[in-house]
Write a protein that binds this ligand. Sequence first.
Ligand SMILES: [Fe+2]
Length: 339
Amino acid sequence: MFDVLKENYFREYYTNGFVETGMRLSNELVDEVKAHYATLAKGRNDFPKFFAKNEHQAYLEGKLIGSVFSAFPKLAEKMVKKLYDRTYSKAVYCEQACIERVIENLLEQDLQRFFKTPYLLVSYDIYLNNDHNHSAAGIHTDPPNFHHFYETENDVTLYIPLVDLNDENGGRIMVLPESKLKLPGNLLLKQLEEHFSKKASCLDEDGYIDPNKIEEKEIDEFIESEPYKELMDHYKYTIKMAKNHYGPEFVKTEESKGKVLLWNNKNFHAAEAWKKEEYNREVYVIRCMPIYNTRIKLKRELHGKLFNNYLINMKTGEFHKYDHQVDVMDIPEEHRLAL
Ligand SMILES: [Fe+2]
């Protein structure tokens, strides 16, 4: 994150786990976001779509559900669906309907001032809704996965509560600062580059790896590779460490409706239980990432929806929307970050 955030903001992020941006969405814009998601079916939960070849593998392996999954995949799928249904009333990934309005609003509030990286990819959005009967998410991280493909340890999470998250309501996010414990995520992208650069069928005419050309069985092969297995072992132990030894080090935030928090969902985090019976906890998240000096293109679709199609030029504050994924080759090499 040192190359992503400007030094004073990096210091705040590194020691506290997040940056209090001072930015806020207007009540009207917050209500617009809420109204959009209110039109979507109650009980919709996109998390199970990520179960196969996913970011949660690291936790599930070794647990009961891990062994059930290999022996009885259908049963395990049902168990995972139940697990997420217990956590959220509604969880929607990659709707992309509110990204433009929200980012434009944040750029008007000088979003650029936080960033050292010359370009920031605005990848996709997430909406989370839970009532007081749904359990809060325990200590976890959202490590890189094959559905997004291009993720590292340096992701930028713009986290916008659509209701107040405070002592009275609960629902506050808790983050373990990077200075305490961190998962290595850049290594995964390096491993992917190393592995797939040798497969001609996965390369485009410029020799860049095109994740859109990678078939499922080729991902399966990668999952079986030794370097990846070693990395997953490391993830598993580190997650155990975070849960067993770092509990008191998590930093809690106090959030009000529309206030924008900047952090990194690759750091360990947890959500406090929601206490209000009268209304639900609602959070809107935009996931962003820097562009790296690596020969990997971006994926075009996330579960059938176009994503990775917004780019912010941090020097000029320009915000581009494309009808395809951002072409990393359009960005001069000197403006991409070293992996
Ligand atoms: Fe998370």
